[in-house]
Design a protein around this ligand. Structure first.
Ligand code: ADP
Length: 239
């Protein structure tokens, strides 16, 4: 157990209410050299994604004659954490790359681009919990920005349990000292959850509450993502 005080006057350590996300910021088209790109921030967690493709597959034997292959690569920058993160892939980033790919796949028309690859590179610039969610949010914006046909955007947020209370978008001390973290990715038009992970233990009733809170958070993220894409085109018209 911990003696850290997580709540005061109905608010959390950073002043948020229990069902409040951190301040969000999103942008489309932040990189010049990628076919499409996106930026997404939840408080101190910052993700940037760059998309290349549909393009020729390397290595060629991975080519699929029926559809494009989607490859999402998640990576944390060495300077993204308080202690320098050892560069290169590790177990955690390989897992997050895989679940991110699976979370995004359902919204893409991969069958329209056989024998190609769509490569999404996600870089976590600053990490303060929910980096996989921020990465998925940036990647969805980047795919849309690349002009890749999509059924919808995928929006992601996490909720959890801290000192016995159910809260949205765990961050800072809540992450290191919290009991449960449950990230979801959500496909709004179909009301489908495309990613669901959880660490820690909860009762079924608590699980339902945490899950609903995370999905509601993802719905708010979705609005921010759509605005980022619309804003890019508004700016282009003005130019
Ligand atoms: P997520 O970032 O999606 O919540 P985790 O639950 O695995 O994924 O990680 C929680 C947080 O722990 C990260 O957001 C980051 O702030 C911190 N963290 C993860 N890996 C490292 C690392 N190698 N070094 C320092 N901090 C890390």
């Amino acid at each position: 157990m911990t003696d850290i005080e997580f709540f005061k006057d109905g608010k959390r350590i950073d002043g948020r209410t229990y069902d409040q996300l951190r301040p969000m910021e999103a942008k489309a088209g932040v990189l010049k050299n990628a076919d499409g790109s996106g930026y997404f921030r939840f408080g101190n967690t910052i993700a940037i994604a760059g998309v290349y493709g549909p393009r020729e597959v390397h290595p060629k034997h991975l080519e699929n004659p029926k559809e494009a292959i989607l490859r999402c690569t998640y990576s944390m920058a060495s300077f993204s954490t308080t202690e320098r993160k050892r560069p290169g892939p590790d177990r955690r980033s390989i897992e997050i790359s895989k679940v991110t790919t699976e979370a995004i796949k359902p919204v893409l028309f991969l069958e329209e681009f056989p024998r190609t690859s769509i490569d999404v590179y996600i870089e976590i610039i600053q990490a303060d919990a929910s980096t996989r969610c921020a990465g998925i949010n940036a990647a969805s914006i980047a795919l849309a920005d690349a002009g890749i046909p999509m059924r919808d955007l995928v929006a992601s947020a996490s909720a959890g349990k801290v000192a016995g209370e159910i809260v949205l978008d765990i961050a800072g001390k809540e992450d290191t000292e919290g009991e449960v973290d449950l990230p979801v990715a959500y496909y709004p038009k179909k009301n489908l959850v495309t990613l669901l992970q959880m660490d820690g233990k909860v009762s079924f009733e608590e699980f339902e509450k945490i899950f609903d809170l995370a999905v509601n958070g993802a719905k708010k993220v979705y609005e921010v993502q759509k605005k980022a894409l619309k804003d890019k085109y508004k700016e282009e018209v003005v130019e």
